[in-house]
Each structure stands twice: as C-alpha cells, then as structure tokens.
Design a protein around this ligand. Sequence first.
Ligand SMILES: *[C@@H]1O[C@H](CO)[C@@H](O)[C@H](O)[C@H]1NC(C)=O
Length: 225
Amino acid sequence: MTPIFHLLHLCLALNLFLLDQVKPDPDPLQDYCVANPKPALSFYTNGAPCIDPALARSSHFSTSVLAMPGDTKANPFGFNVTLTNTLNLPGLNTMGLTMARVDIEANGLVPPHSHPRASEVIICLEGSVLVGFVDTSARLFTQKLRVGESFIFPKGLIHFIYNMDSMSPALAVSGMNSQNPGAQVGSVAMFKSKPLIPDEVLKGAFQINGQDIARIRRNLGGSLF
Ligand SMILES: *[C@@H]1O[C@H](CO)[C@@H](O)[C@H](O)[C@H]1NC(C)=O
C-alpha cells in the first residue's frame, strides 16, 4: 500500500473510534420497550423490563409531567427540576432520553452539578438565565440565554443555571441523552453525604476550618437530596 493509503486508513479507523465514543444509552433491540412498573419476577436489567408490545398504547409515549411547575421553595437554592422517567413516561425506556423542566425563581440557582451518564441541551423558555460549565482543565464556558436560546453541557462536566433577574422567575427545558442521567450536586456531595466525608478531608480540600464546615452544612439545610 502507498503511504497515502495508509494515512486514509488511519483517518478512517480514527473516525470510527471517535464515532463510537459519542453513543448515548445502548440502542433498543426492538421498536420500543414500554417500561413495566410491576414485573412478575424481581430481577435486574440495564433499564426497566418491558410490557408485552401488544399492550402498548399511545399514552405510554405521552406525559403531562412537564406541564406543571415544580416547587422552588422546597430547597435553599430556589429551583426545581421535574424529570421524565420510566414511571411517568414508560415509553422512553431504552431510548436514551430524558427531558427536564427547570423552574428557577428570581435570583434562584441550579447549583453546580454534573450528570455522569448524559450530555444535556437546554433551552430558555421564560425569563433569562446565566448558564455555564467548567471543563477538565478548569476552563469556564458561560453564556446568558434569553427566551428561545440554547446551550450544551457536555457529558459529566460540572455546570450551573442561574436566574440573574431579581424580579422574575425563569423557565428552561432540557434534554439529556440517557434515560437515567444521574445528578451529583457538588456542594451536597462534598458537605451533605451520608455518612459525612471526614472533616480532615474537607479541611484539606477547601483549605477551611471546622467552623467553616459546620456553617456550610447548616446553610445547605437538611431537607433536600
Ligand atoms: C420539586 O417540587 C416538588 C413538588 O412540586 C417537591 O416534591 C420536590 O421536593 C421539589 N424538589 C426539589 C429538589 O426541591
């Protein structure tokens, strides 16, 4: 083979390798796998087991769960995220999809968090939000979104959504490429884990003292997560 041919082969192999890295959840092996909330036997699968396809109805693929605002007063940050899942939208099972309704009160914050299994695309539907993510070299990418504008949070990277407006609430909707994206809120994982991370670890990690740790834990409250 000529050197140019070798180069083409290398490019092709590299391309296939890269394409392989951007898959969402595994592809379904049938048209759909409507989640069965009460399987006859208890066993574990990667995703929920499905109902008999002959029993599938249009309503399995539909939900009104995102029509209602969540309660933004239930946590100290002033936000609420309502998610689709295999219980409220059983037709999404195995499709590699989740939708989220994000309500944020005036000056409310969806605190820095990450989704270990999904990239996310967010669209601002009411108000305006400041969004951003930090990459693995600690570089911040941030943008102010007005109504109709969108932003991407790459898979696994820490990101936030902040309503800068002190008068009006904001509403955003996001899509994620996993049916179970998972969410890890940085401050909660560090300071409110069960059991707690030893103080000595937090003192070292954040260069703070025992009073600082106690104050942060108190301020984060006990009601959430
Ligand atoms: C979101 O709102 C619902 C009620 O609408 C509430 O049960 C839930 O605790 C809230 N979640 C958070 C994270 O505040």
